[in-house]
Ligand binder design. Structure first.
Ligand code: SF4
Length: 92
C-alpha cells in the first residue's frame, strides 16, 4: 500500500491524539485521494464536523485503507468489527 505522506507518521496515533494543525495537514493530503465512499466523511471528521454512525464507518474504512489510493476494494479483514459495513466488501 502506498504511503499517503512520508513525512506524516501518524499510523500508530489515534485521531484523538492528533493536533488541529496535524489534522489540517492530513486533510490537505486527503485532497489527493481518489473519489471514494468515505473520503468526504473522513475530511468532515478532520474538520470537526458531526458524522452519523454510517458516515463514521465510511470515514474509518477510508482512513484505514489509506484513502484507497491503491484502488477501491475489499480489505478482507473479516475479523474487524466494521467489516460487515465496509463499503467495498466483496467488490474485487
Ligand atoms: S473493515 Fe477493513 S477497512 Fe474498515 S476499519 Fe475494518 S479493517 Fe479497516
Amino acid at each position: 500500500m502506498k504511503h499517503i505522506n512520508q513525512n506524516l507518521n501518524f499510523a500508530k496515533m489515534s485521531n484523538f491524539d492528533l493536533t488541529d494543525s496535524t489534522k489540517r495537514e492530513i486533510a490537505n493530503v486527503t485532497d489527493e485521494w481518489p473519489t471514494s465512499s468515505g473520503k468526504t466523511q473522513y475530511q468532515r471528521f478532520l474538520y470537526g464536523k458531526d458524522l452519523t454512525y454510517r458516515q463514521a464507518v465510511l470515514a474509518k474504512c477510508a482512513e484505514c485503507c489509506g484513502g484507497y489510493v491503491d484502488g477501491r476494494g475489499d480489505c478482507k479483514a473479516t475479523k474487524c468489527p466494521l467489516y460487515p459495513l465496509m463499503p467495498y466488501r466483496d467488490k474485487d
